[in-house]
Design a protein around this ligand. Sequence first.
Ligand code: FES
Length: 106
Amino acid sequence: AKVTFIEHDGLEQVVDIPTGWTLMQGAVQSGVAGIEGECGGSCACATCHCYVDEALVDSLPPPSETEEEMLDCTASERRSNSRLSCQIRVSDALDGMVVRLPEAQS
Ligand code: FES
């Protein structure tokens, strides 16, 4: 699925992410600066925090309890569309998704 990552400074990068990968893996693989993924996707660092498409946020599986807890300790403000990108599996349904990146990660 093609996902557009927008850095806090407005820089856009479109990444084609294979089904089954996480958003974080796709972003890190393509060198998207705003996503670090320090813990390698085990939901323990919150450096993969992102703001997902408002239009799609409700169609994603809700955050697990661990993700919920991590979202409360992100470096940048938590918003209603805040998610950890390592917890979001890419599928065709996400094609065209827009993901904005918080300032503190770049
Ligand atoms: Fe560490 Fe997502 S990569 S919480």
